[in-house]
Every structure is written in structure tokens, then in C-alpha cells.
Design a protein around this ligand. Structure first.
Ligand SMILES: *[C@@H]1O[C@H](CO)[C@@H](O)[C@H](O)[C@H]1NC(C)=O
Length: 172
């Protein structure tokens, strides 16, 4: 992204280049900014709703999650219905909370993370991932997770954590 700090020297450079080429720009008529702003507009996806993670996603196992639109800071809530479980109890929809690193979705391929607080077992999963968008506009969420399961004693701590990867695509 262009910061104000990076922009100022660019303007100064162009002003200098313009001067040596025999034409001048006045400060009130900056030549660089309209070009930069046009480029920033082109980069933004046309539909702001689709640039957030809001919507329904499924992974390669058939697990499904529904993410609500993020707030202004990029925090979001949602629900997760796993297709697989090591717990001996019936699977139920579980709540999740997360953050997308780019609150407004100005960049397409931002990082995000969320926690799933399993409602049917004494465990928590932490997902970290990145959103990718291909040339056709197809979105893919590449995620890695850690699943912490409650164990009965400190001595069993060694077997309490699993790690895995899931790839989500948009279902709706
Ligand atoms: C986490 O899950 C437990 C068990 O279902 C529930 O009692 C608790 O309220 C949940 N907390 C959050 C923040 O989701």
C-alpha cells in the first residue's frame, strides 16, 4: 500500500523530473496522486461483500462453516459444523470467533485466524490461514490448525494436541 511517507518523495521526484524536462507542476496540481488513486481503485474488488470472509465455506472433508461479516476492525463470529470428530459424542454446531488481517478486504489475499470452541467436546481448535483468489475469482482458504483436547492428567499432556491442514472453498 502507499503510505503518506512513501508518496511525498515520489511527488518530489516527479516534480524534479518535470522541471528538468522543461515543464513544471504546481503544488496544487500534483501529477502523481490521480495515477496512484486510479491504480488503487482498480485493485479493489468490485463487490466489497465478497472481499470479506463472510459467507458459507466447505472443506475437502465436507466440514462446513458460516462466517458473519467482520466489524470495522476485522473481527468476526461464525459457526462451524465439522464432518469429522474423535470425540465419542454426537457432533453439534460450534461457535467460532476470528479476525481477518485486512479489515476492509482492500487486499484480496490477506491472512486470518479463528478459534472454534467445540460445543460437544472439551476442546478448542485454532485455525490460521490465508485467502487466495485465482484469475477466475475463485476463492481458496488455505488453513493450518491446532486442536487441543482436554486430557485427564498433566502426564497425558503429550497426546493432547493434533495438527492438520484444511482447504476451504466458498459454498455460497
Ligand atoms: C465455549 O463452549 C462452552 C461449551 O459449549 C460454552 O459453555 C462456552 O460458553 C463457550 N464459550 C464461547 C466464548 O464460545
Amino acid at each position: 500500500m502507499w503510505s503518506k511517507v512513501a508518496r511525498a518523495p515520489a511527488v518530489a521526484l516527479l516534480l524534479a523530473a518535470g522541471a528538468t524536462a522543461g515543464f513544471t507542476y504546481s503544488r496544487s496540481d500534483p501529477p502523481v496522486l490521480p495515477v496512484v488513486e486510479a491504480a488503487e481503485k482498480r485493485r479493489k474488488p468490485s463487490s466489497p461483500a465478497q472481499s470479506s470472509l463472510a459467507g458459507t465455506w466447505v472443506n475437502e472433508l465436507g466440514s462446513k462453516m458460516v462466517l458473519n461479516p467482520p466489524d470495522d476492525s476485522g473481527q468476526f463470529t461464525g459457526s462451524y459444523l465439522t464432518a469429522v470428530s474423535a470425540a465419542q459424542k454426537p457432533i453439534r454446531v460450534s461457535p467460532l470467533v476470528g479476525a481477518q488481517h485486512d479489515p476492509k478486504g482492500a487486499e484480496e489475499e490477506y491472512t486470518f485466524g479463528f478459534l472454534v470452541n467445540w460445543s460437544f467436546s472439551d476442546s478448542i481448535a485454532a485455525f490460521a490461514g490465508q485467502r487466495f483468489v485465482d484469475a477466475e475469482g475463485k476463492e481458496t482458504l488455505e488453513t493450518t490448525w491446532l486442536l487441543r483436547q482436554k486430557v485427564e492428567s498433566h502426564g497425558d499432556d503429550w497426546e493432547a494436541t493434533r495438527v492438520g491442514r484444511n482447504v476451504f472453498t466458498r459454498a455460497a
